[in-house]
Design a protein around this ligand. Structure first.
Ligand code: SAH
Ligand code: SF4
Ligand code: F3S
Length: 446
C-alpha cells in the first residue's frame, strides 16, 4: 500500500478539503501517514490569497526537493488554490512537482496518482458549478476528537476587487442540508462537541427542496437542534448579507456560539466602494448594533487590509476610527497584496509603497493589541462555560479550552481541593483571574 502525506496551508476551507482528499484516497486504497519520511506522495494543499502565502509554498516545495534527492520514490502534488491559479505553469516552474489538482477535481486524485506512478505529469484544474463533495465523509486529520469543520458551500462570486478566491474556487454553490445535518449528527455521536460550518459567505447559503427552501438561519437551527451539548460555530459572514433572521436564530439557541466574524476590510467608504464590498461604514456599524442588540455577550472579530489601491492617510485613519468604535475582540490584519487576474489587477494601481503599507498595518496591529487587552481586562472576575480541549501549548500543568465567544481560557490541570479535575471534551466552568491580550487565565470552579 502506498503512503500519502497531506500538508495544508491557508484557510479553514482548505483544512476541510484536505479531510475530503484524505477520505477519497483512503477509499482508493492509499494509507495516510503522519511521517513525511515514509511517504510515497506528499500532497501540499495551498493558498493563493496573498503573495506571501504562495512564497511559503514555493519555499516548501524547494525544501522537499532535498528529501526527494535522498529518497527517489517521493512524488509531490500541489492541490488547492495555488494549483487552480497557476495550473500547469506551476509544474513548469517547479520541476519537482509531479501533478497539480484544483479544488473541484479531488475525486480524480486516484487516477492522477496512478498516472504519476507510471511516470507521467498531469494537471486537473477544471472548476465545477455543482461539486460539493456532499456524499464524502471526511477523515478527521490531526483532529482533537472534539471540534470539526463542516463545509456547507463552495466558491464565491462576490468579486471583491482585491480577491483571488472567485477565480480559484469558482461559482458559489450550496451543499444538501440533509448531508450537513447528518455529518454533524455523526460527529456528535462520535463524541465531538463543536462543529464549525464553513463557507466564504455563509449568509448566502441556499438550498431548494420540494418542501421549500433552506437558508442559512434554517440550516443553523437544524444543526443546533441536534443536541444542546453540541456547540455550533460558522465562518465567514459577509456584512452585506448578515440578516436579523440569523441573529434571531442565534438568540434562540444558546449552543450557537456567541462569536461573529464580520470582515470589514476598511473603515473608509471610498475604499469599500473601490473594493466592491457593497456596504458602507454606516451599514456595517448598523449590523454591529444589531448583533449587540440580539446577542449582548457576542464577540465580534474581523479582517482588515492596509494599503489598498489609492488608500490615503484619511482612509487609513478612518479604519483606525472604526476599530476604536467597534472594539473587536480579535482581528486578522493584512497588507494589501496585488493578485493577478483580479479587478484590482486589471484596473487599479498598487500604488502604496510597501514600507508605507507596513507602517499602516503596524499601526492597526498596535491599536488592536491595546483594544484586545482592554477587552480582556473586563473579563477578569467573570465565569464562563468552557469546552475543555486539551493541554496548554506552553505548560503540561495547564489545560485550555474556549468559551462560547471563542476566547481561549487557560487553567491549572490540578484544581483547588474539592473540585474535580477537567477532562478534554467536556464542559466546565472557569473563572477568569487574569489575562494577556491573547489569552484569559482562570481557575476551575464547581
Ligand atoms: N470570504 C471571506 C474572506 C476570505 S479571504 C470574506 O469575504 O470575508 C480572508 C481575508 O484575506 C479577507 O477577508 C481579506 O481581509 C484578506 N485578503 C483577501 N485578499 C487579499 C489581498 N489581495 N491582499 C491582502 N489581503 C487579502
Ligand atoms: Fe474574496 Fe470577497 Fe469572496 Fe470573501 S467575499 S472570498 S473577500 S471575493
Ligand atoms: Fe487561501 Fe483559497 Fe482559502 S486562496 S484563503 S486557501 S479559499
Amino acid at each position: 500500500m502506498e503512503k500519502v502525506y497531506i500538508e495544508t496551508y491557508g484557510c479553514q476551507m482548505n483544512f476541510a478539503d484536505s479531510e475530503v482528499v484524505g477520505s477519497i484516497l483512503r477509499e482508493a486504497g492509499y494509507t495516510l501517514c503522519t511521517d513525511l519520511q515514509e511517504a510515497d506522495f506528499v500532497l501540499v494543499n495551498t493558498c493563493a490569497i496573498r503573495d506571501n502565502a504562495e512564497q511559503r509554498v514555493r519555499h516548501r516545495v524547494r525544501e522537499l526537493r532535498a528529501l526527494q534527492n535522498r529518497c527517489h520514490k517521493l512524488r509531490i502534488g500541489i492541490l488547492g488554490c495555488m494549483a487552480e491559479r497557476l495550473q500547469s505553469r506551476l509544474m513548469e516552474e517547479e520541476e519537482n512537482v509531479s501533478f497539480v489538482c484544483g479544488p473541484d477535481t479531488y475525486r480524480r486524485l486516484p487516477q492522477l496518482l496512478a498516472q504519476v506512478r507510471q511516470g507521467q505529469r498531469a494537471a486537473e484544474v477544471e472548476l465545477s458549478t455543482t461539486e460539493t463533495y456532499a456524499d464524502i465523509e471526511p477523515v478527521r486529520l490531526a483532529s482533537n476528537g472534539i471540534s470539526a469543520y463542516i463545509s456547507i458551500m463552495r466558491g464565491c462570486q462576490n468579486y471583491c476587487a482585491y480577491c483571488v478566491v472567485p477565480y480559484t474556487r469558482g461559482r458559489e454553490r450550496s451543499r444538501d442540508p440533509e448531508t450537513i445535518v447528518r455529518e454533524a449528527q455523526t460527529l456528535f455521536d462520535k463524541g465531538y462537541r463543536e462543529v464549525t460550518l464553513l463557507g466564504q459567505n455563509v449568509n448566502s447559503y441556499s438550498w431548494q427542496t420540494q418542501d421549500g427552501a433552506c437558508d442559512f438561519p434554517e440550516l443553523m437551527r437544524r444543526v443546533a437542534l441536534i443536541d444542546p451539548a453540541l456547540r455550533v460555530r460558522f465562518a465567514t459572514s459577509h456584512p452585506k448579507d448578515l440578516s436579523d433572521k440569523l441573529l434571531e436564530v442565534m438568540a434562540a439557541h444558546p449552543n450557537i456560539c456567541r462569536c461573529i466574524h464580520l470582515p470589514v476590510q476598511s473603515g473608509s467608504d471610498r475604499m469599500l466602494k473601490l473594493m466592491n464590498r457593497k456596504y458602507t461604514v454606516e451599514w456595517y456599524l448598523g449590523r454591529v448594533d444589531a448583533i449587540r442588540r440580539y446577542l449582548p455577550d457576542c464577540s465580534i472579530t474581523t479582517d482588515v487590509i492596509a494599503g489598498f489601491s489609492t488608500e490615503t492617510l484619511d482612509d487609513h485613519r478612518a479604519t483606525l476610527d472604526l476599530f476604536r468604535r467597534v472594539r473587536y475582540d480579535y482581528a486578522y490584519m493584512f497588507k494589501y497584496s496585488l493578485r493577478e487576474g483580479t479587478y484590482a489587477w486589471r484596473h487599479l494601481a498598487d500604488d502604496i509603497p510597501d514600507d508605507e503599507k507596513t507602517r499602516r498595518l503596524n499601526e492597526i496591529i498596535a491599536l488592536q493589541g491595546e483594544i484586545a487587552l482592554e477587552n480582556n481586562r473586563l473579563e477578569v472576575g467573570r465565569e464562563y462555560e468552557v469546552l475543555v480541549e486539551g493541554e496548554s501549548h506552553r505548560s503540561k500543568e495547564r489545560l485550555f479550552g474556549r468559551n462560547s465567544q471563542n476566547k481561549v481560557l487557560v487553567f491549572d490541570r490540578e484544581p483547588a481541593s474539592g473540585i474535580s479535575p477537567a477532562v478534554p471534551g467536556t464542559y466546565r466552568r472557569v473563572k477568569v483571574t487574569s489575562c494577556t491580550a491573547a489569552t484569559l487565565l482562570g481557575e476551575l470552579v464547581q
